[in-house]
Design a protein around this ligand. Structure first.
Ligand code: IVH
Length: 661
């Protein structure tokens, strides 16, 4: 992708959106889409400051998003790093240093792919956090950074100190965030860095907290006041309570460094977060000033960048998947390759326009990457390797039922026009039972397909009548008594599932999980929803014309009304219960107490954790979320450290309790 062109496109899109929102009061895109574009632009500008455009919306104070953050001038500017891309360039870097001093040794650290944050502590208490911004002035993101579990709110020393580190989104959180966005029909974050940058600039700290960011701290500002080397700085940071990446090494010369870099490169895909290189720093602080600085970066450090995560492979065939709404999605069947650490053999091609725009043809060599870490995507064709392949033609008949497939006006997608298409019906049922909707585990894709083909389950109410066929089911291959009992029990249990999940499960067009939640809050019963009219719906914040029309359409349909009445008669919950308990930071966490506590008794601490929705466990394992370490903590603390579990001392625990009454 041409970065310059992308920046121009983003600037135009966001400026138009700003104008539409502020001047015309007619938003042209959703907030989520806006945030995603803005996050992408900020990220590109930070990495390519030379490409920043004079009319960039990121500079405009008074914009929609930037408004919410105070500017903070950095006491010591936050510089960036020069890059090297191969061994030869690294050797040149080393030679330049050797010309000035023969004493330098190096520290190699993983370059975590997130965003740089500076954090200030006064008398050992966390007071504020700022983004890098342009290096001179950053944005005050204190309340957002506060939500990061591994941030120590109170240090083990009552020092005035400023430290710097990288805030990032671990793969696990990233997958969860994108999965949720997919469910809600929101645009996906392209990668964890983008997601972290977008999240830290969220105005709503509750959203930030839910996204589970993490951080590694790698520098002390004016470190020479405390220690003499980078190695000692990392040890000290760890000692006073920061999360420091344990993967650093002191290297005596450039050959040592190169060996280390190879080892990191091999192992990096096994890490639970993204890294894009190795940062190399001269270990001795006293050598830093003599080696010196350029305007933008120190000469005593550099970043060795790993090769990007894209792979070439052959496109063997294009197949078509029929979705729940009948949408036909072309899928690339690929010669399997390893991408970002896992095997990829299929990739989405989105729609006809996508294929035509990139001129993708069967038999081409293509470049594959993972969009948003979860969805393999064909990025481009390697044109130099094309060899007589024929242009792609979109199908005109459904591969499942043979009915006509047609492109809808004004849309990029093709649809199977047959309302009875078996593919649509099973998808509707699979979606209804899925984890994100009614969550009937045991009623997965395969089981639905079998029950559907055999005629036991044609419609949603059929699921709840399945028990009438229990005996017949036992004769089917793969359906033992136990399995059937479990299945019927799970179906029975799902009747108590929340009303919004049921609503989402119905597969009403444009009603994702989030919209379903909004709807039930306004229309807490089936009757209320059935009578909802277009004007009322449209007046609800976050519900636009399209959604309102779709909801009205669905509930006016006699067939749908009858089905819902039937589900009600079968005993499904059709009332929204308001349970709004504010989530406490301890909610749902498994906590281990260890060492001698001074501020609370064990029983008091346990009671507090339980009161706020946490669970206390006696041993540390991978399932532990948080360890609270008192004095003289021993093996449990050690294990927690090894497993990378968040550790808090008692004082920090008290701050968390006091701050979240
Ligand atoms: S040191 C003056 N160490 O890489 C040098 N940076 O341009 C200060 N990064 O934005 C950076 N991991 O956010 C350093 N272990 C590490 C790092 C690291 C990631 C990021 C940092 C900065 C960029 C360098």
């Amino acid at each position: 992708m041409d970065i310059k062109q992308r920046i121009q496109t983003l600037v135009d899109l966001i400026n138009q959106a700003n104008h539409a929102y502020h001047a015309l009061d007619k938003p042209t895109m959703s907030d989520q889409q806006y945030d995603a574009y803005l996050a992408e632009l900020i990220d590109l500008e930070q990495r390519h400051p030379e490409l920043k455009l004079p009319d960039t919306p990121t500079e405009k104070i008074g914009g929609v998003v930037l408004d919410g953050f105070q500017k903070i001038e950095h006491r010591v500017p936050m510089m960036s790093l020069s890059n090297v891309f191969n061994e030869d360039e690294l050797r040149l870097f080393d030679e330049r240093i050797n010309k000035i001093t023969s004493e330098a040794s190096y520290v190699s650290e993983l370059k975590i792919d997130g965003l740089a944050i500076s954090m200030t502590y006064e008398k050992g208490r966390f007071t504020r956090a700022a983004t890098r911004g342009d290096g001179i002035t950053g944005e005050d993101v204190t309340s957002n950074v506060k939500t990061i579990k591994s941030l120590p709110l109170v240090l083990k020393e009552a020092w005035d100190i400023e430290v710097r580190g990288e805030v990032f989104m671990p793969h696990k959180s990233f997958k969860a965030v994108n999965q949720e966005r997919m469910t809600n029909n929101e645009p996906l974050f392209a990668n964890p860095r983008n997601a972290a940058a977008g999240t830290i600039r969220q105005l709503d700290s509750k959203i930030v907290a839910s996204r589970r960011l993490d951080m590694f701290v790698y520098a002390i500002v004016e470190a020479q006041q405390y220690v003499e080397t980078q190695e000692e700085a990392l040890i000290l940071l760890d000692k006073i309570g920061f999360k420091v990446n344990p993967d650093y090494h002191v290297c005596n010369d450039v050959n040592d460094l190169i060996e280390r870099i190879h080892a990191y490169d091999k192992r990096r895909h096994t890490l639970p977060y993204d890294t894009d290189g190795v940062v190399i720093k001269v270990n001795q602080f006293r050598l830093h000033d003599p080696i010196g600085y350029t305007v933008k970066s120190p000469k005593w450090a550099t970043a060795y960048k790993f090769a990007a995560e894209q792979m070439e492979t052959r496109l063997n065939a294009i197949t078509f998947q029929i979705g729940r709404s009948g949408v036909v999605t072309p899928v690339a069947e690929l010669e399997p390759v390893m991408v970002s650490g896992s095997r990829v053999s299929r990739a989405t091609l989105h729609n006809e326009d996508y294929i035509k725009a990139k001129d993708i043809r069967i038999g081409d060599t293509v470049i594959v990457h993972k969009a948003g870490e979860i969805i393999p995507e064909v990025l481009a064709v390697v044109m130099s390797k094309r060899d007589g392949q024929k242009p792609f033609m979109m199908i005109d008949a459904c591969p499942v039922c043979g009915s006509e497939v047609r492109r809808k006006e004004g849309e990029a997608d093709h649809y199977c026009l047959n309302p009875e298409c078996p593919a649509k019906k099973t998808y509707a049922l699979i979606h209804f039972a899925s984890r994100v909707a009614m969550d009937i585990d045991t009623l997965g894709e395969k089981v639905v397909e079998t029950l559907h083909t055999l005629g036991y389950v044609q419609t949603i109410p059929d699921i709840y009548k399945l028990k009438q066929h229990a005996n017949a089911l036992e004769d089917l291959p793969g359906f033992g008594t136990k399995k059937i009992d479990k299945l019927l029990q799970a179906i029975e249990d799902s009747k108590r599932q929340s009303f919004d999940r049921l609503l989402f499960g119905l597969g009403i067009k444009h009603v994702g999980a989030k919209v379903a939640k909004i709807l039930v809050r306004h229309y807490p019963t089936l009757e209320a929803l059935m009578e909802a009219d277009f004007e009322d719906l449209k007046n609800i914040f976050d519900i636009g014309d399209m959604i309102a029309a779709s909801v009205v359409d669905y509930f006016q349909n006699e067939h749908n009304r009858a089905m819902l009445q039937e589900l009600k008669a079968l005993g499904l919950n059709m009332t929204h219960q308001t349970e709004q308990v504010k989530a406490h930071p301890l909610n749902n966490l498994t906590v281990v107490l260890t060492g001698k506590l001074a501020l609370y008794t064990r029983d008091q601490a346990t009671a507090l954790i339980e009161k706020h929705g946490g669970k206390v466990s006696s041993s540390v394992s991978a399932k532990t979320d948080l360890v609270i370490a008192g004095g003289e903590a021993g093996s449990k603390l050690k294990k927690a450290n090894e497993l990378g579990i968040t550790i808090m001392d008692e004082a920090a625990f008290k701050v968390m309790i006091d701050d979240n009454q």
